[in-house]
Design a binder for this molecule. Sequence first.
Ligand SMILES: [Zn+2]
Length: 442
Amino acid sequence: MHSAQPSVAEARRLHGQLYDMLTQSQYWSADRMAAHQRGQLAHLLRHARATVPFYETRLDAVLGADGEIDWDRWHEIPVLTRADLQTRYDAMQSGASPPGHGEIMQSRSSGSTGQPIVTSQNALAALAASSATARAYDWHGIDVARTHVCVFGDDPQVGAYPDGLLHEPWGPPALRTGAPGRQYDLNLAASPDQALEFIQRRRPSYLSGLVTRLSVLAHEVLRRGLDIRVEAILPFGEAVSPARRKLFDDAFGARTIPFYASQETYRIAHACPMADHYHVNAELMLVEVVGDDGRPAAAGQPGRVVITPFYNTAQPLIRYQIGDIATASGNDCRCGRTLPVLGDILGRIAHMFRLPDGRPILPNISDDDVLELGAEIWQLAQVAPDRLEFRYVPGERAGDEDRFAQRLKAQLHPDFEIAFRRLASSDFQERRKFIPYLCELA
Ligand SMILES: [Zn+2]
């Protein structure tokens, strides 16, 4: 049931066209963007109902039998959950992808929150995401002719120390106009010592990886007084706090350029080059931030992120509740772009804690408290209904745990008992430890 495959040259041409469009459309008026989105959504909805069993009746509130769409009832489409993706995989596959949408690949999320999620994606969706990445690299002046080290990868056979895995060229094809640049991947089995030796040897301009892993490296650089200069840090996997940005600047002399993405939806939003927030790739997906009533949350108010990617026709995700909490803040930005703004991306719903009185809460420790304790790398886990455990790598100077515990209780709930567990940097090799807030309740 796969459609005719576009050739490599054709894919490259399409990527270039999309990139050209994105450089224009980032300045579109809100009306023009809304019209574009509705056009894309209309195709997706009709395709989903016609070819995907899961959507046979699910879209009825919005999509009439005659194919007409009632946009006022958009919010009546039930949100799709991670559990739906885990249990209804077969029913969610399209029986017929539109021509030209390309080869279908499977992606598997890491499953840091439990069971992994497998989704199917067609090549067009990946191509579109790559075009949006090219646009963001433009914003930040990232030059793909220069060297990039990426510290990531679970497979100990791929990208192993000391050689790593070389990609040449790297980066979105639309930007590869000069000499090919090199990217070296180093997998997560490498120790911090090995990773730093690798970085010193490869001398990258750009360093990417999970936020916590890069933080471990940054603390090591400072502790040992190493002179490693990197132009930019491209972190992923979790939000980057102001303290972490400062850490990367102190350790590497680097600016930090985060993006927001998931395995199921690819790149969702990229950091604005002028302001401390993200711009949504609105040409490629509809991103909603909704309150508990399923309606759009007020500007600046946290809500659940619900995403509808336009180009994934192999397994359409319509109103997918990705599991993150974020705040939407309109589409005004001093950089002049009109793409919707996401302010804070606060974290995963799955990592919410439960207060002793039963209410859910998204914990958010202040950078100042962590600094005062002298914790370099840390994780807060809820291990029982009334008990939290703060796991951390202590810095040179011992902080006051009692005082920190009092602050946590004041912020979260007075009935919590707080335990401390001191760890070594090397304990943070394990993937679960990369999650800053972890709920371990059954
Ligand atoms: Zn901006």
